[in-house]
Design a protein around this ligand. Structure first.
Ligand SMILES: [Zn+2]
Length: 115
């Protein structure tokens, strides 16, 4: 399955390959404020359809996660980082994807605030 994703204004477009089994609702300081539901995939399953320069980047705390968002419409599209084994990962904001049947996707709560 290939999902199409974008920010609100379309300045950032991307596609993600894979099957969504569940999304993560995290209570950390940034996830709780932006209300994202995250789908974690290996970075190579994410393909940008718009120029890299259209991405704005926000980092905080350790700076290990690059939070990518659109500076025009303000929508957070995905984050980039590495998993504990060093593999490049992307945390897709599943709210930005087209065609998700939310009645079939379960939500797992993650206590990111306690990390
Ligand atoms: Zn935008």
């Amino acid at each position: 399955m290939v999902y199409q994703g974008s920010c609100h204004c379309g300045q950032i477009g991307f596609e993600v390959e894979g099957d969504i089994e569940h999304v993560i609702e995290c209570n950390c300081s940034i996830c709780s404020k932006r209300g994202s539901l995250l789908w974690f995939v290996p970075r190579q399953q994410l393909r940008l359809l718009t120029p890299e320069q259209n991405l704005s980047t926000y980092t905080f705390h350790t700076g290990r996660i690059k939070h990518r968002f659109c500076a025009r419409c303000g929508i957070h599209t995905f984050g980039e980082g590495t998993d504990p084994s060093g593999r490049a990962m992307a945390a897709i904001n599943a709210r930005c994807l087209e065609g998700i049947d939310w009645s079939r996707v379960s939500t797992k709560h993650f206590d990111g605030r306690s990390l």
